[in-house]
Design a protein. Structure first.
Length: 89
């Protein structure tokens, strides 16, 4: 039985995900998967025994955090914009 929260596989591409919602559009049932956010034809969806691997969130080193806080914008001086710019051809 397919229902919201079920882990499923889309048979045509092997996409695995958790059902976020089941919708009916023009008399056809579709499921939205969390892994892609896309709608898939329910006729090609089947329950999966596989577990979804949670991808670990990357931690930003403290040194990088500190540098990003103290970025200073400096004036690079005057830019010479008097040259003529024209297209190639």
């Amino acid at each position: 039985m397919l229902r919201e929260g079920s882990i499923v596989i889309y048979k045509r591409t092997g996409t695995i995900g958790r059902i976020l919602e089941i919708v009916e559009i023009a008399g056809k049932k579709w499921v939205r998967l969390d892994s892609t956010g896309l709608l898939y034809d329910i006729d090609f969806i089947e329950p999966s025994e596989e577990r979804i691997k949670e991808e670990p969130k990357e931690k930003v080193p403290e040194k990088i955090k500190e540098k990003s806080k103290s970025i200073e914008i400096r004036d690079e001086g005057n830019i010479d914009s008097s040259a003529s710019v024209s297209g190639a051809g």
